[in-house]
Design a protein around this ligand. Structure first.
Ligand code: NI
Ligand code: MN
Length: 227
């Protein structure tokens, strides 16, 4: 299984027979690896409504005839645009052609068109993907919470966690998250896209190594292959 970081919280996960895209935000992302028209995928998984996780979802879904998997409200929103969607909610999962996807809690907000009248998009979630005998947790945008221990209890091959601070947990809390999750490997996300969430990923990785965690900080466009 190959995991490619496309920038911010967007990842392409290539399984033996499928291409899964998580949290598409490329065109307006100053640090994106590729533009949305270069993405090929069959499923798009979305953690929550904010534009930095959903902005290119409709365009990519339409171009690829891909199914959007997200919480119920986000699924309804994109479904009303004529796109194929599958709604879930935290604690629930479903077996798709690629394997199982389930949503977890996250502590964050979830809205679209955030201005004077934001359109609320259900609760923010994390995503667990089980495919090719691997289990991956994409935390979405979240604070640290002790129930991460439950997410890790069945064993995780990879945990993808935000470290940017300001909108999500920062590096110190993300280190505690790794302690709770006990994943075999981890990748930091949601940092350095803008100055507001600038972080030193190498320093985070070094601190994580001291605590016994294997962390790989990927630059946009770089991949990690799970053994
Ligand atoms: Ni967010
Ligand atoms: Mn975000």
């Amino acid at each position: 299984m190959k995991i490619t970081f496309l920038g911010h919280s967007c990842f392409l996960i290539e399984t033996s027979g499928h291409r899964l895209l998580v949290d598409p935000f490329l065109r307006e992302n100053p640090a994106a690896a590729i533009p949305p028209e270069n993405v090929q995928c069959d499923h798009i998984l979305i953690s929550h409504g904010h534009e930095d996780h959903t902005a290119d979802a409709a365009e990519i879904a339409k171009a690829n005839n891909a199914t959007i998997i997200a919480n119920y409200e986000i699924a309804q929103y994109f479904g009303a645009q004529g796109l194929t969607t599958h709604g879930l909610n935290p604690g629930g999962g479903f077996t798709f052609p690629f394997g199982r996807a389930s949503l977890t809690p996250a502590i964050h907000t979830s809205s679209l068109n955030a201005g004077a009248n934001p359109l609320y998009m259900g609760v923010a979630c994390g995503i667990v993907i089980e495919a090719d005998d691997r289990r991956i947790y994409h935390a979405g945008d979240t604070a640290l919470f002790s129930d991460m221990k439950l997410i890790g209890r069945a064993g995780l091959d990879l945990a993808i966690v935000p470290i940017g601070d300001n909108f999500t947990m920062g590096p110190a809390d993300a280190l505690d998250a790794l302690d709770l999750l006990q994943a075999k490997q981890a990748i930091p996300m949601h940092y350095n896209t803008w100055e507001l969430i600038a972080q030193d990923a190498q320093s985070f990785s070094a601190s994580a190594t001291e605590r016994g965690h294997a962390v790989t900080a990927l630059a946009p466009g770089e991949s990690l292959v799970l053994p």
